[in-house]
Design a protein around this ligand. Structure first.
Ligand code: DP6
Length: 315
């Protein structure tokens, strides 16, 4: 039976960068994120006995090539795990700029994981659904949940899943849309480049583990400032690491926004920046402080105000 699922994008506060197992998509470290409300994917799946392969439509376009191959690999895993004998028609709509560092694969594979199982009447527990979504795209493991979630790195398919944690109810993000075009190198390919730099890996793992501890402590202490500072530091470290592997995501406008954020902090505003695999910058701010800072960012680029988004669900 055809089922449609909706999932929101999440933005990592402690990033996932690098894999310890490519086949199962297991990360080098655990990570932690915030699901946002304005960007999402809606996906329908219907298994059809007469199909001889999966058919994929994204935003009304029939998809072939590597994008289809990635979805087919995911669907093969779903078929294998749950003994589903049919190919599927998959229809997906993205309400998020694709591959622009707004983590579109997080909402895409979370929605696909739920629709692909429910349409065959398989009802997974959130942790199992999270592990399945992870197989499609690591960040998707965290889009299963509302608000804050932590993805435990684990050591195999079953143990590498995300779960929700109690975060800040007054959290907001200003997404500064520096550039909405598709980036030249997607996060998966850029992450794979890290394989060629084993000497950078161990330092990244130990720093990430340390900052994840700081982040969990800040959240438990309800210390917004410490949470924001830790997120900004980790994003900065990730971009330093990425640039050492020869990839550059941030552009001049991104740096202008980062400088503005530091200046606003020097003026007493509690704003912190985080950036993913693209030039767009996300500003962490309390809901009540948005009005004090938003006009500064709007002078530089288009800003989307995001609040806590819902976890994946059926429509
Ligand atoms: C920078 O989840 O897109 O957004 O598992 O290969 O699909 P794959 O990678 P993906 O990587 C996201 C990287 C990031 C950081 C993060 O979301 O944690």
């Amino acid at each position: 039976m055809k089922k449609t699922a909706k999932a929101h994008v999440n933005i990592a506060l402690i990033k996932y960068w690098g894999k310890k197992d490519k086949k199962w998509n297991l990360p080098l470290t655990s990570s932690l994120s915030f699901t946002v409300d304005k960007f999402y994917t809606k996906t329908s799946v219907e298994y059809k006995p007469l199909l001889t392969e999966d058919h994929l439509y994204i935003d009304d376009k029939f998809i072939t090539g590597p994008e289809l191959e990635r979805v087919k690999t995911f669907m093969d895993m779903v078929r294998h795990l749950y003994n589903i004998p049919y190919f599927a028609e998959i229809i997906s709509y993205n309400y998020v700029p694709k591959k622009a560092g707004i983590a579109s694969s997080s909402s895409a594979f979370a929605a696909l994981a739920l629709a692909a199982t429910e349409s065959y009447d398989i009802h997974l527990e959130p942790k199992a659904l999270s592990a399945l979504a992870r197989f499609g795209s690591g960040s998707a493991a965290r889009s299963i949940y509302d608000g804050f979630s932590i993805w435990h790195e684990g050591y195999d398919h079953i143990t590498s899943f995300a779960e929700p944690i109690k975060g800040f109810s007054d959290m907001a993000m200003l997404i500064c849309m520096v550039d909405q075009r598709e980036k030249k190198i997607d996060s998966r390919s850029a992450m794979n480049v890290l394989e060629e730099f084993p000497e950078l890996k161990s330092d990244w793992i130990s720093k990430t583990n340390m900052l994840l501890n700081d982040m969990v402590f800040a959240i438990n202490q309800v210390d917004f400032e410490a949470m924001g500072k830790t997120a900004e530091l980790h994003a900065t470290l990730m971009h330093e690491l990425i640039s050492k592997t020869g990839v550059k995501y941030l552009n001049e406008t991104s740096h202008e926004i980062l400088d503005l954020t530091k200046w606003l902090r020097s003026q007493g505003h509690k704003v912190y920046a985080t950036m993913d695999a693209g030039p767009n910058v996300k500003i962490i701010v309390k809901k009540e402080n948005i009005k004090d800072v938003i006009s500064y960012y709007e002078k530089i680029c288009h800003v989307v105000v995001c609040y806590e988004g819902k976890g994946v669900h059926l429509l």
